[in-house]
Design a protein around this ligand. Structure first.
Ligand code: GLU
Length: 447
């Protein structure tokens, strides 16, 4: 297998699908050497099969807004790979959603889910619906209209969606309500991220952020460092950033910045519990403005418009917002600002130039598919609880999550340790995830 040849074919076939091509290129580059040591993979054309989704559903979603006007969006579900379990992955509601974006996310999800050690295949879905400025009633009507089509593609042993950007507990509630009505199935295991009183796992909302910090702790320990007292810059203020802030504070780190599409809030003395709680209010308002934090806490947070979290002096950077949010220039600025570690929490949050810069300038770096896998891992734990009709305590879920994140870190070290003793976490995560999926595909024959 030659990455160059496969990429040339995909570029010709899917011109303009830049996010998808970027994600495939990153994985293929890092697995090429190992892949070529396995002629059985080459014979079964594993890579050629793995880069194509199993199937893509696309549908029209029509709903009525509060003014009585008819609105039409496009919905998607991309079932990417089922080699190690039923399709599993989130739904993203964002104005920029395209098939390319969801293909990249579904592809990444396949390897991420493999890393969790739980039996879950990869999928992703969503819509170009923009939740910004929408009322609760509009969100509900959209979710119901979306499920009117989606329900036929999913099932607790078939495909299990969850949240992602723009889809949280409220949206999962509306989606599940409509699913029940249409399918006449009362199995809560069809969606994860549900409310805690009706099948949701305790700690699922916190899980992505908590897992990211457990991974970061592991990475720092491996490098002989400690997170206590470190200054942490975080982008975003949604669910993932909220969980990351909560755990960072608990572990004794100081969160000195959070950001939004409007700019950055610098918090010189570190974020407080009260401010973290306020992030939930900001998210529920659908205003999508981080400036609201500085308005609410003027003596603690200083807002600067059109600046990123990476402009603030820090030790550790945690991108928690959107793909490609951290450019090579941002990486250089971070280094100048004293940053020595970046753990990518958003999916593909760093541009290739930024990753290259980190890796060649002594900055510890780990990719999203390893760092943020705690979210989907806890979804897997939610599925287990649903299947057994039981509910575990927060302590039990947290212990299992912690164990899984330690295991993911170990897999990265196993497959990513370089001759000089350093760990290439990109390589480690990609090879570990890939080997598991490739082996399963091989054992299941040419399908
Ligand atoms: N959207 C999350 C992710 O990117 C969670 C998916 C899930 O829980 O199924 O992994």
């Amino acid at each position: 297998m030659k990455t160059k040849d496969i990429m040339a074919r995909l570029q010709a076939k899917y011109p303009g699908e830049s996010e998808y091509l970027q994600a495939v290129q990153e994985v293929l580059e890092s697995i090429e050497e190992v892949y070529n040591q396995h002629p059985e993979f080459e014979k079964a054309k594993i890579v050629e099969r793995m880069v194509e989704p199993d199937r893509i559903f696309s549908f029209r979603v029509t709903w009525v807004d509060d003014k009585g006007e008819v609105q039409t969006n496009t919905g998607y579900r991309i079932q990417f790979n089922s080699a190690i379990g039923p399709y599993k992955g989130g739904l993203r509601f964002h104005r920029a959603v395209t098939p390319s974006m969801l293909k990249f996310l579904g592809f990444e999800q396949t390897f991420k889910n493999a890393l969790t050690t739980l039996p879950m295949g990869g999928a992703k879905g969503g819509s170009d619906f923009d939740p910004k400025g929408k009322t609760d009633e509009e969100i509900m009507r959209f979710c119901q209209a979306f499920m009117l089509e989606l329900w036929q593609c999913i099932g607790p042993d078939q495909d299990i969606p969850a949240g992602d950007v723009g889809v949280g507990g409220r949206e999962i509630g509306y989606l599940y309500g409509m699913y029940k009505k249409l399918a006449r199935e009362y199995n809560t295991g069809v969606l994860t991220g549900k409310g805690a009183t009706w099948g949701g796992s305790i700690l699922r909302p916190e899980a992505t952020g908590f897992g990211a910090l457990y991974f970061t702790q592991n990475l720092l320990h491996h490098a002989g460092k400690d997170i206590k007292g470190c200054r942490v810059a975080i982008s975003g203020f949604g669910n993932v950033a909220w969980g990351a802030c909560t755990k960072a504070l608990e572990l004794g780190a100081k969160v000195v910045a959070i950001s939004g599409p409007d700019g950055v809030c610098e918090i010189p003395d570190g974020i407080t519990k009260e401010m973290i709680d306020y992030m939930l209010v900001m998210r529920a308002s659908n205003r999508d403005r981080v400036e609201d934090m500085a308005t609410r806490f003027p003596d603690k947070a200083r807002f600067t418009a059109a600046k990123k979290a990476w402009s603030v002096k820090c030790d550790i950077a945690l991108p928690c917002a959107f793909q490609n949010e951290l450019s090579e220039d941002d990486a250089k600025e971070l280094k100048e600002n004293g940053c020595w570690c970046c753990c990518e929490v958003s999916n593909m949050g760093c541009q290739p130039g930024a990753i290259h810069f980190f890796q060649h300038n002594g900055i510890l770096f780990a990719p999203g598919k390893a760092v943020n896998a705690g979210g989907v891992a806890t979804s897997g734990l939610e599925m287990t609880q649903n299947a057994e009709h039981i509910s575990w305590s927060g302590k039990e879920v947290d212990e299992k999550l912690h164990f899984i994140m330690n295991n993911i870190h170990e897999q990265c070290v196993k497959f990513g340790t370089q001759p000089d003793g350093s760990v290439d976490y990109v390589k480690g995560a990609n090879i570990a995830g890939f080997m598991k999926v490739a082996q399963a595909m091989l054992e299941q024959g040419t399908i």
